[in-house]
Design a binder for this molecule. Structure first.
Ligand SMILES: [Zn+2]
Length: 161
């Protein structure tokens, strides 16, 4: 069991976040952006950053080496479609992709981390800075106004993907 606080400030006690969401036990703070047969694409529910999206497997697995060839192909195409949408709809010129297998409370999930101009003022666009930016965002952007902006970005992406 783990406890998370989502971007709306709601607390959830969960065993597997992805199963809880996909099984309808907890609702997403921001409606799902897109899905394919084997993957969902959602605004990250924990970190309040516009366009920070995750692609999550529907199956309860954590590593790419558990994917079938067709799932792998589906994922690659989904990443491309998402990347195009982030550039076209939100003007994201640089992304960092992060996938960690060190998780017992969710499925395979790939973060598409967008580098916004406000980040570039303080940071240099490097992987090791992401943790600090996430913490910074959680402190600065936890209000209603930020949530509304994140929602608008998700809507734009939904129209495109
Ligand atoms: Zn699961």
């Amino acid at each position: 069991m783990t406890e998370i606080i989502d971007i709306k400030g709601n607390k959830h006690e969960i065993e597997c976040m992805a199963c809880a969401i996909q099984g309808g036990k907890i609702s997403l703070p921001i409606e799902r952006i897109a899905e394919t047969e084997n993957f969902v694409l959602e605004q990250d529910l924990e970190w309040p950053i516009e366009g920070l999206i995750t692609i999550v497997s529907k199956r309860h697995i954590v590593s790419v080496d558990e994917f079938t060839d067709s799932e792998m192909e589906e994922l690659a195409k989904f990443i491309k479609v998402a990347r195009i949408a982030l550039r076209k709809m939100l003007g994201i010129s640089a992304l960092t992709l992060v996938q960690e297998e060190n998780t017992t409370t969710s499925h395979f999930h790939l973060w598409l981390f967008p580098w916004h101009d406000w980040m570039k003022e303080k940071w240099n666009g490097k992987l090791y800075e992401i943790k600090d930016i996430m913490k910074y965002a959680k402190q600065k952007f936890s209000g209603k106004e930020s949530l509304e902006k994140i929602k608008q970005c998700a809507t734009k992406l939904r129209e495109e993907i």
